[in-house]
Design a protein around this ligand. Sequence first.
Ligand code: ATP
Ligand code: MG
Length: 393
Amino acid sequence: MFQAFLIKYGEIGIKGKNRHLFEDALMQQIKYALKPVEGEFKVSKEQGRVYVEALSEFDYEEAVASLERVFGIVGICPAVLLEDQGFDKLCQDVVSYLDACYPDKHKTFKVHARRARKDYPMESMEINAKLGEKILQAFPEMKVDVHEPEILLNIEIRQKINLYSQVIPGPGGMPVGTSGKGMLLLSGGIDSPVAGYMIAKRGVKIDAVYFHAPPYTSERAKQKVVDLAKLVARYSGPIYLKVVNFTDIQLYIYEKCPHEELTIIMRRYMMKIAEHFARETGSMGLITGESIGQVASQTMQSLAATNEVCTMPVYRPLIGFDKQEIIDVAERIGTYETSILPYEDCCTIFVAKHPVTKPNLKMIRRSEQKLAEKIDEMVQAAIETAETIIVRE
Ligand code: ATP
Ligand code: MG
């Protein structure tokens, strides 16, 4: 019965003079999200409202599911748009609407009329009262409750009359593309896909980089990362994923450096390479799934050591999250099941039994000097041989 959705947005509404830029970005993201959905849609804006209208038969469930993944949307209101054919016709239409939407009539309601068009011959209060009366006549089981109605029936008198009473929550945040671009270090774990989701939610477009170590890590482990990127792309839009062969660098560090410093030194080289790609492709920061104290390489000291090699800001949206809180988000956004598939990742293979938890920067730098002979060349080779995969939902 619904041929349109009225889209409510939150933070974009307060963007002052730039508001139209945010609205346009939101409309673009909505169009992109609806592309794979069966049906033809028109996305438009009018006086602080974004509308999605179906121009053909469409798959309602699929359309709602897609809109639920568009950042910037706080509410999705399935709406009926009516031509203004006089108040009596409106009353009839409202009664049919309620009849179709609410098979059980034992409900309380409130009519909330608003006139965006002041040439409508009745005032809002009068519309509320008269419509309420008609509804009570049609459905005597219904009751008015102006404080906490179970059904808040919104009637907005605009070019067309908008009728809606349901608000499906959207994900909130800002439309992707309104906050620049960042480079996500994406591993096959639980955390980094969630970190990517959270940064994209703030409107940041994301690219990603994955370090693998064939033959120590398998093709399936790489596929898992591609699959995770695909799941994140359902929210963030297409992701350019760089797959970097890290084997030689890892073996070289393993050969030359103390094993308890391995993870930190490895992480430093990952950051350097990620930053190279970030700069090359216009990203303004790096994004990781680290959270303080989660493992040895994520103590404050370890994070400081990792951070030291970066000149770009490193964004760590999970920094204050407990593992369970991260898992909860992963489950909600649908990445968890894929993240827990048991394929090895390159860090677990070269991991030391007793990694340092309080790395000393001087010692780390001294250890890295032992790599001087070949490391620049190896980093260069890793950059040059990286594969780019364009990942779409
Ligand atoms: P995750 O669940 O994201 O793998 P984790 O708890 O396993 O996190 P670590 O393995 O210590 O944590 O990695 C910390 C962060 O470093 C990850 O969140 C990710 O951003 C980055 N990272 C780790 N390994 C890789 C990799 N192989 N490729 C790309 N980024 C990586
Ligand atoms: Mg990991």
